[in-house]
Write a protein that binds this ligand. Structure first.
Ligand code: BG6
Ligand code: BG6
Ligand code: GLC
Ligand code: GLC
Length: 945
């Protein structure tokens, strides 16, 4: 009490100038330029914190990406419905942007209706609030005679903080202002709106975009002014957005171009950053709000709180005897009795004082002239502080833009809306002046958004609509690549039927099912030094493998890689085998083994009809090979002849092996459960251990001599031998038309332009050599349809083979930013925009996804067959795998495994990656082959003696 008397005594001395005592009393609210610069610097730091992925979670200022990537360019058109929720009025609108005219030439028409929101809905259930919104929309359609039969695109201005992952999605981070509806926080409000529209029924509405009011305001003003790259609201709440460089927006992929960021600056200070600027009145306003501790900056600035701040100051001054002779009325004690409209009225140019008197009298007070002057001055200080704080925030944003663009001076326009800015007589002028004083080097123009935010929201929606229609068209193009579970089951069934047919019939079945004359997987007794030659993958390899008896881990391996030039792959057979012999000669020189006649295994990754382990007649070339005079010939003889022609070394070629078989053997050396070999590389193929009794064609095909040998082995070798490895050559599935229903026109194009049209249809859907080509065909089509590369079909795009597996793998890598995708495309001669890169990535993903699924469906057929062969309910089996697609692609293996699990649920399939290629397997087979040959020779000797 004593303190009150002392204060009133002190101030009575100054009574002659009523504004002075207010100045003194509200000293902390009168911010000078140094303080504003300090606040501005603090806000700049907050923005950085919000943008960075490391600090965003803890940041008070959320800096929300809006997915609006450009300001209007004048090409926007269409008719849109709009909802505007979150300001002082809830409105439903229709916005028409006339074709060919655009907004600039007055081509926009707007109709709107304000619908009151009952107070209880603001704090009731979220679903009820949204039901009211959607019922208002329906009422609007009726009233304006807008057809209910047609689909209407809709723009949604929702003026609250939402985390958006796209234009048409946004989860509510938290209510502010006077909203507090339950059950929506953390939920997608676009979905909530769609659900409400469904509940209301009778309307066909497509909610295409949701935008914050700041963004919509920037867009509205941006249409008339190209420099408008900031949106500002000083209304019930306060907030600002601006165009940020995408490279600084960590939360969104991509580095190129700009994106509008909704700062949600109302929350500046929520982490205490403004504590030293807060007054007791700010703390009281916060304490009495329905979101305590939140929106601290907003509570110092915006319309919802300014009147309240003035009331609390006046009340305190009255209580201290500084106003109304110490008299306080009940009305003055009541929250909300002084509004922001009152503040504006008190500061009116001519009638201000009279208005102040009327307002105070209305609060049952009897103010003197000095009281009126003092209270008016309180209003001025409170509202001046508001505009000063906004100026500080704005200065931070503009400084950031200037620095981003490395400019010394900046010319920019700020689009503004909100009741405080629009109705307070002095506010705009004061704001402009302070901003210009804080940033003398910037040329800042302020534009009032005269038609609210809905025009801007409609413009965003127009862009969204264009993107949505583009997305729909891309999706339509890609839909034939998306296989249903039923389709995959069918592929599995067809693969199974193909395997069975191949086992039964000799001759031209789609799946050849070639006997390999490999009867068992390694048993660890293999030992010795072997040469392995590996032809048919991406490269030719020569290897020297040394097996130490019983010591799997101690296998030593030396190898050298040789590329085979295209002209050799597609020249004459003699040239091809001469080239191989030359590579072998080089390798033997390199190893110093020119004179040792080493036993050798030849991995030859093409279909070969074998009559023994060491003979193989090439049935037909596949993949990129088409050397003449090879088909129908024994490749081992051809290699021997080439070696003979050189006459500088000799080899004992004991086995010719398909790469699948080599891979299976190599993996089986580590894991005895490995009885399947898979290649997913340049080509694709599978081999597996089949029961001899099921290989009906073997006896006919291999002839008497071979039959004897087989029996010989059964007799001489292992008495329990019952199986033989079959090289399926599953790449031929579909060559009889059995896959026609899933083959797309793009696959047909790839097939027709390949060197073996009509052949290896399954391989052309699933393997590395063709996936890039399928992608290229799709990209060509999308480009011709104007959906990609601005409709430009370039030479690069017309070049066959530009997308090698390694590029597909890189493009699809999740770790890669869009800018990197763009630079890969650029390296291939394809100039892409950010959106192009997204589409290219999507196409690659769809094509490789299908490949992995098809491969999985095929594998499911193989493992289920093995399970049934053995009469088991459940099979545990290992598949040895190799190939660049499997090894390099970021998603192929996962999707393939998943598909096998889904389609062969009774099999537990373990995939084991072959570490050393199929060469080691070929060496193992050679070891077995050499031993067998030795044993057979012994038998022959025994029989003949
Ligand atoms: C309007 C916008 O023009 O301004 C609203 O259309 C926005 O969406 C509003 O919220 C801000 O002002 P106030 O004063 O209504 O909160
Ligand atoms: C290798 C084998 O490891 O994988 C080759 O040794 C095989 O014989 C190859 O052809 C398959 O992969 P790609 O991707 O090179 O065709
Ligand atoms: C509140 C909201 C914000 C909105 C502002 C102005 O601060 O959180 O999203 O932009 O009010 O309406
Ligand atoms: C091709 C060949 C086949 C080989 C596969 C993987 O499909 O025809 O023999 O296994 O490619 O390299």
């Amino acid at each position: 009490m004593l303190a009150v008397h002392l204060v009133s005594f002190f101030f009575s001395k100054l009574q002659e100038d009523p504004t002075k005592k207010v100045d003194r009393f509200l000293y902390a609210m009168r911010l000078h330029d140094d303080q504003l610069s300090d606040i501005s610097a603090r806000f700049q730091a907050e923005m950085k914190k919000g943008l960075s992925v490391e600090s965003n979670a803890a940041a008070a200022v959320k800096m929300l990406p809006t997915h609006v990537r450009s300001t209007p360019d004048g090409s926007e058109k269409g008719q849109f419905l709009a909802l505007d929720l979150g300001g002082s009025k809830f409105k439903v609108l229709q916005v028409k942007v006339r074709e060919g005219m655009g907004i600039r030439r007055g081509g926009v028409e707007m109709e709107e209706k304000t619908y009151p929101i009952p107070k209880e809905l603001l704090v009731g259930r979220g679903t009820e609030l949204f039901d009211h919104v959607s019922e208002s929309l329906k009422d609007f359609l009726h009233e304006k005679n807008i057809s209910l039969d047609k689909k209407h695109p809709l723009a949604f201005t929702f003026s609250f903080a939402c985390e958006q992952s796209s234009l048409d999605q946004g989860s509510l981070l938290g209510w502010s202002k006077n909203y507090r509806a339950r059950g929506l926080q953390g939920k997608d409000v676009v979905q909530a709106l769609r659900d409400a529209i469904d509940r209301t029924g009778g309307m066909d509405i497509e909610v295409l975009a949701m935008v914050n009011d700041t963004v919509a305001t920037m867009m509205t003003c941006g249409f008339d002014d190209n420099y408008c790259e900031v949106g500002l609201i000083i209304g019930t709440g306060t907030n600002a957005c601006y165009m940020e460089e995408l490279r600084h927006v960590d939360l969104v992929e991509g580095d190129e171009g700009r994106m509008c960021v909704n700062t949600e600056w109302g929350a500046f200070g929520d982490d205490g950053a403004l504590d030293d600027y807060l007054t007791e009145f700010d703390r009281d306003v916060d304490a009495a709000s329905n979101n305590q501790g939140k929106q601290i900056f907003e509570k110092m600035v915006s319309g919802m709180y300014l009147g309240e701040l003035v009331r609390l100051v006046v009340l305190k001054m009255a209580k201290l005897g500084l106003l109304f002779d110490g008299h306080v009325s009940d009305a003055l004690r009541t929250k909300g009795k002084i509004t922001t409209a009152n503040v504006a009225a008190m500061e009116e140019y001519k009638n201000g004082l009279k208005n102040t008197r009327d307002i105070l009298t209305g609060l049952s007070l009897t103010p003197s002239q000095d009281d009126c002057i003092a209270v008016q001055h309180v209003s001025t200080i409170v509202s001046f502080r508001s505009s000063n704080l906004v100026a500080a925030g704005l200065a931070a944003i503009l400084t950031r833009i200037k620095q981003n663009r490395n400019l010394r001076a900046l010319r920019i326009t700020v689009g503004v809306d909100g009741a405080v800015y629009k109705t307070h007589p002095q506010y705009p002028k004061r704001l402009h002046k302070v901003v210009r004083r804080l940033l003398p080097e910037c040329h800042v123009r302020f534009v009032l958004s005269d038609s609210g935010s809905s025009k801007g929201a409609a413009l965003v929606t127009a862009v969204a609509q264009r993107l949505a229609s583009q997305k729909r068209k891309v999706d339509e193009t890609l839909s034939p690549f998306r296989l249903s579970h039923e389709q995959l089951q069918l592929v599995k069934a067809r693969m199974r039927a193909g395997l069975e047919a191949g086992l039964k019939r000799k001759g031209s079945t789609a799946i050849k099912m070639l006997p390999s004359f490999v009867y068992r997987t390694p048993d660890g007794t293999e030992h010795g030094k072997y040469l392995a030659l590996d032809l048919g993958g991406t490269n030719f390899r020569a290897l020297l493998v040394n097996f130490k008896k019983g010591l799997q881990q101690n296998t030593r391996l030396h190898h050298k890689i040789y590329t085979i030039p295209l002209e050799i792959m597609q020249g004459t057979g003699e040239e091809l085998f001469d080239h191989i012999a030359e590579c072998i000669s080089d390798f033997l020189d390199y190893m110093g083994l020119k004179n040792a006649r080493l036993p050798a295994g030849f991995t030859f990754s093409f279909p070969c009809e074998q009559t023994a382990l060491d003979t193989g007649t090439l049935v037909s070339w596949t993949k990129g090979f088409k050397a003449t005079d090879c088909e129908g010939h024994d490749v081992v003889s051809m290699l021997r002849e080439a070696i003979k022609r050189r006459n500088d070394f000799d080899l004992d070629i004991a086995a010719v092996v398909n790469d699948t078989v080599g891979t299976m053997m190599s993996c089986a050396y580590e894991d005895p459960q490995c009885e399947v070999g898979l290649i997913a590389g340049t080509g694709t193929n599978v081999c597996y251990m089949e029961e001899l009794k099921n290989i009906e064609k073997t006896e006919q095909s291999t002839g008497q001599k071979q039959g004897d040998k087989m029996r010989g082995e059964k007799k001489v070798g292992d008495a329990e031998i019952q199986k033989m490895c079959i090289n399926t050559e599953w790449g031929g599935l579909g060559d009889d038309g059995s896959l026609d229903d899933i083959i797309t026109p793009y696959d047909v194009e790839v097939d027709q332009t390949s060197i073996n049209p009509g052949k290896q249809r399954f391989e052309k859907l699933t393997s590395g050599m063709y996936l890039g080509e399928v992608v290229r065909q799709v990209l060509l089509d999308l480009t011709r349809g104007g959906l990609l590369f601005r409709g430009h079909v370039t030479e690069a795009l017309k070049t066959a083979g530009i997308f090698q597996t390694k590029y597909l793998s890189q493009i699809e890598s999740d770790r890669l930013a869009l800018l990197q995708v763009r630079s890969i495309l650029q390296g291939l001669g394809l100039d892409s925009t950010c959106n192009d890169s997204i589409i290219v990535k999507q196409v690659c993903g769809t094509v490789s996804h299908r490949a992995a699924q098809l491969c999985g469906a095929g594998m499911a057929a193989v493992v289920d067959k093995i399970r049934e062969n053995r009469g088991l309910d459940h099979l545990n089996i290992t598949v040895g795998v190799d190939g660049t697609l499997y090894k390099l692609h970021p998603h192929f293996s996962r999707i393939m495994h998943q598909t096998v699990n889904e389609l062969a649920p009774q099999c537990n399939v373990n995939f084991l990656l072959s570490e050393d290629g199929s060469g080691k397997g070929a060496a193992l087979i050679t070891a077995v082959g050499c031993r067998l040959r030795q044993e057979l020779n012994n038998v022959d000797n025994l029989l003949s003696s």
